[in-house]
Design a protein around this ligand. Structure first.
Ligand code: ADP
Ligand code: ZN
Length: 653
């Protein structure tokens, strides 16, 4: 149990939080994390995306009246963070390479004059002699390290420049270090503590579960049509669709446009101007659908993303958690759909192998000898990457509650329903995944289908790949089939009434169940797994997920709990929010976010002072926008004969 600071009352912390951010309550762990900062005690805070980590390092400098340093790898995000803080009246700045010399000097001087409370720096910048001298001169006593998992090579986003952060300890032996991350397994948590040399650290691990997300894993048969189906469920809502390759993003975005959907591609291969334009259109809410590689998202702070689709399986559960984490950051319901086939794993294995080999050659490593790879050889890390991949495949192919699997992966027990208040509506399990919503249909006669496929793999002598086996089963009469005389096999045409894409899916499911093993190589071939013979002899049953009929039961998501006139008022306020944002040239969420708009539509303050009770409206925002929104509410209520409240609001978020 960490020591509780008595110097700062809960009330004084709450007051600052209301004053600057307009929040009426603190979330789980926030107060203890803030106290660690106030006491100058090292800490490691693990909280999911959207959990509210930033507040933990933003509050202490205000109360202590001295600046802290924030180390973040994401230069593109710094500007938004600083702008957002400044909009709340919080004195913060970032020093990075995007600023010219004059601006940098100006910020350094402000910092030395003690006018700033937070200074954002990238890790490589922090460790330059110029910056170190600056921080020494200012007697910095506190460092917040954001995205701290980047220091661990066990994590999913290891960054060599993070390793050097261990040096902070030697330059500033008396300063306290505060590490923050959204996704860290226990192994990564230990590694962070060790690498940074945290001393007697307060460890605060929040629930990694995101109860407002509904997870679905759907066998992929037709990526275009399936994506379009999902889009149709989210009319006029923000969505991110992740693809594996740059080409995939362009192809899918283009096809969606031909279907009348306004979707744009985004990937690192596009030129910077084009990229910025897409990013800006998305964050200013002029564009709702982006089809992107994982390059998209790091700098995106749009909190009303209602759906994240993975057109291909990501390469680790950590990546999946991080990317799906961009949905529903406003705490409202959102959906995550993973389109998956067993072929995704094979694709990743080959990509990872190729890129490790290329890197190894670039670095001048030889082909490995008997003893394996030399230390530092990128190929030595492949086994670990494959382990991450196997975990991800396990998640995708098991029919186990998704919330439960994710929580357990990150080392936390999960009690279904608990987070939704004990599931009072009698929902089964978590009530928010395809498994618990009973959307997965097992087909009748799965064992017979499995036998047909397994015997075909045997008939082609375990020397062919999935595409060929499927061709034989559906009775294709191609040159290649005839060449090997596979049209003569008893299994030729055995599944001629099943679409080939479905047959491929069943093969992938059998691979996931290890009844078939795919041997990797330039031309991956299928062979029978150990238990396949038991199935062929009828001694073992097989369950296969019905491919065609796997459809979400809950078609329309209720994303916002507003009805009738309140919903209309919300739309009016949203239009105003966007207009103000346009006028000021900032993204709409920087004016006020959705949680505030919803709170306003429900509470409808009857006095200007009452606007201060709305979540997300602190002193500065009240001054800047309070009156405009108040008047809009006033006019709307007048016209629609709606009641107003004079009570302080109950917090929404
Ligand atoms: P993280 O860095 O953990 O991903 P953020 O710090 O960006 O999360 O916070 C996510 C969202 O939650 C932001 O919109 C923030 O304003 C909001 N938030 C944080 N703390 C609170 C709180 N105590 N009450 C209401 N909203 C909060
Ligand atoms: Zn579930």
């Amino acid at each position: 149990m960490p020591q509780i600071s008595h110097t700062w009352s809960t009330q004084s912390i709450a007051q600052v939080v209301k004053e600057y951010w307009g929040f009426g309550t603190l979330r789980e762990h926030q107060e203890r994390a803030i106290r660690a900062g106030l006491d100058g005690r090292d800490s490691l805070v693990v909280m999911p995306t959207g959990g509210g980590k930033s507040l933990c390092y933003q509050v202490p400098p205000l109360l202590l009246e001295r600046a802290a340093i924030v180390v973040s790898p994401l230069i593109s995000l710094m500007k938004d963070q600083v702008d957002g803080l400044n909009a709340c009246g919080y004195p913060a700045a970032a020093l990075n390479s995007t600023l010219d010399r004059v601006m940098q000097d100006e910020i350094e001087e402000q910092f030395l004059r003690g006018e700033l409370r937070l200074l954002f720096l990238a890790p490589e910048r922090l460790l330059t002699s110029r910056t170190l001298a600056l921080l020494k001169e200012a007697h910095v006593t506190s460092f917040a390290i954001d995205e701290a998992h980047c220091i661990s090579h066990w994590g999913h986003d290891f960054r060599p420049e993070y390793r050097r952060l261990a040096e902070i300890r030697s330059y500033f032996p008396k300063a306290s270090l505060h590490a923050f991350t959204a996704t860290a397994t226990q192994r990564v948590q230990h590694d962070i503590v060790e690498q940074l040399g945290l001393r007697d650290a307060v460890l605060l691990v929040g629930r990694c579960d995101r109860p407002n997300l509904t997870y679905r894993v759907v066998p992929r048969t037709d990526v275009q049509k399936q994506t379009l189906d999902v889009i149709r469920r989210h009319d006029n809502q923000a969505m991110i669709i992740y693809c594996l390759s740059r080409k995939d993003t362009e192809r899918l975005a283009h096809w969606l446009c031909t279907q009348g959907v306004d979707a744009r591609a985004y990937h690192a291969g596009m030129d910077a101007t084009k990229r910025r334009r897409v990013q800006e259109a998305f964050s200013t809410e002029r564009l709702d659908i982006v089809v992107a590689t994982v390059a998209f998202g790091m700098g995106i702070d749009r909190s009303d993303v209602r759906c994240v689709v993975h057109a291909t399986m990501p390469k680790s559960v950590e990546h999946y958690q991080q990317e799906t984490g961009r949905a529903g950051r406003d705490g409202l319901d959102a959906e995550c759909v993973l389109l998956y086939t067993g072929a995704d794993g094979a694709k990743w294995r080959s990509l990872l192998t190729q890129s490790a080999r290329r890197e190894a050659l670039d670095l001048g490593y030889d082909e490995p000898d008997e003893g394996g790879y030399s230390p530092g050889d990128p190929r030595a890390a492949l086994e670990l990457q494959f382990e991450h991949l196997r975990d991800m495949e396990g998640f995708a192919s098991a029919a186990v509650c998704r919330h439960k699997s994710l929580s357990e992966y990150f080392g936390q027990a999960y009690e279904p329903g608990e987070e939704r208040g004990g599931s009072p509506c009698g929902r089964k399990g978590c009530g928010a995944c395809d498994v618990c919503l009973d959307e997965i249909t097992y087909m009748e006669g799965g064992t017979v289908i499995a036998q047909k496929i397994l015997s075909c793999v045997a008939r082609v002598e375990q020397r062919f790949g999935a595409a060929h086996v499927a061709d034989v089963l559906v009775g294709r009469n191609s040159e290649r089939i005839r060449q090997f005389r596979h049209d003569q096999l008893s299994t030729h045409g055995l599944m001629k009434d099943t679409p080939k894409a479905a047959v491929r899916q069943y093969i992938e499911q059998l691979i996931a169940q290890r009844l078939i093993v795919r041997d990797e190589g330039e031309y991956p071939t299928l062979r029978l797994g150990n238990e396949a013979w038991a199935v062929l002899k009828g001694e073992q049953e097989v369950r296969l997920i019905e491919v065609a009929r796997t459809r979400p039961r809950r078609q329309q998501q209720e994303s916002i709990a507003l009805e009738g006139a309140e919903q209309e008022l919300f739309e009016v306020l949203r239009t105003l929010q966007r207009a103000i944002a346009r006028e000021r040239g900032v993204p709409p969420f920087m004016v006020l976010n959705h949680a505030s708009l919803i709170d306003m539509a429900m509470v409808r303050p009857g006095t200007l002072e009452g606007m201060f009770g709305i979540t997300g409206i602190g002193r500065a925002k009240h001054r800047s926008f309070g009156r405009a929104f108040f008047e809009a509410i006033d006019a709307f209520c007048e016209e629609h004969n709606m009641t107003r409240s004079n009570e302080p609001s109950t917090q929404y978020a």
